[in-house]
Design a protein around this ligand. Structure first.
Ligand SMILES: [Zn+2]
Ligand SMILES: [Zn+2]
Length: 252
């Protein structure tokens, strides 16, 4: 596991013991006490999956057909628990914040079970099909080489996705990887491996760039309202305001 631990060293500094593992309704709890409008138009469940404890986020809402609909952000590796939960649920989309193996490992299993499309930023579209690019070739002590079918849709900055009756804004936030995106829906930001609670994503993997990472955080994420809740790819959730005030890596 040594290599994987090194790989995620900085990310794991954000880990808070997995308090949200499999938890339900995290957003509702986080939103309590803050301004009206913070409530999500969907429920948010966190599944911490795989050897690198990657957060898969399951968003669910009742559709116009009366059935439970879902969006999955980063299905992680070994998504068995997630698949069980999704039986009978209509999955509208799998959104990927980026294509590192710990975030995309469960894509094909979930896509086959749910019959839904996959979205990823254009710059990492070919990482899904290439174990060298998605990192799985390099970290063989924790994963076999992984590849999936190509994504159905490519994302880019400023795109708006209508899912679960809500609008998701695609923010291109490169630095951890060139095609990293964050998804903003109302007061809820799914930040992948860009911004963590009290930490930031590492930039020493292929395509990573420190200057881009800090540009993404300073010029995009930190321009959001302070009470926006951040759901990172690893570790516990936080808010834009508390990271601006106390994240030791972003003392700009
Ligand atoms: Zn990553
Ligand atoms: Zn990760």
């Amino acid at each position: 596991m040594g290599a994987a631990c090194r790989m995620m060293e900085r990310e794991r500094t954000a880990a808070d013991g997995g308090a949200e593992i499999g938890g339900r309704g995290a957003a509702g709890a986080a939103g309590s006490g803050s301004a009206s409008g913070a409530a999500a138009p969907f429920a948010i469940e966190t599944y911490t999956l795989g050897p690198i404890q990657t957060n898969a986020y399951l968003l669910t809402a009742k559709g116009p057909d009366g059935a439970e609909h879902a969006v999955v952000i980063d299905p992680g590796m070994n998504p068995k628990r997630l698949l069980e939960r999704l039986e009978g649920v209509k999955v509208e989309a799998i959104l990927l914040t980026h294509a590192h193996f710990d975030h995309m490992g469960g894509v094909d299993e979930l896509r086959k079970a749910a019959g839904c499309p996959v979205y990823i930023h254009d710059l990492e579209a070919d990482w899904l099909t290439d174990p060298r690019k998605n990192g799985s070739m390099r970290w063989q002590d924790v994963t076999p080489p992984l590849s999936t079918d190509p994504a159905e849709y490519a994302l880019d900055e400023g795109q708006k996705l209508s899912l679960l009756g809500a609008e998701f804004l695609v923010m291109h936030t490169p630095g951890h990887s060139p095609g990293s995106v964050s998804f903003l829906c109302g007061k809820h930001l799914f930040s992948g491996d860009v911004l963590f609670k009290q930490s930031v994503g590492r930039t020493d993997l292929p395509g990573g760039r420190e200057r881009d990472l800090y540009d993404s955080i300073r010029n995009k994420l930190y321009k959001l309202e302070q009470d926006v809740i951040v759901y990172p790819g690893h570790g516990g959730k936080t808010t834009i305001g508390s990271e601006m005030a106390g994240n030791p890596f972003t003392k700009f």
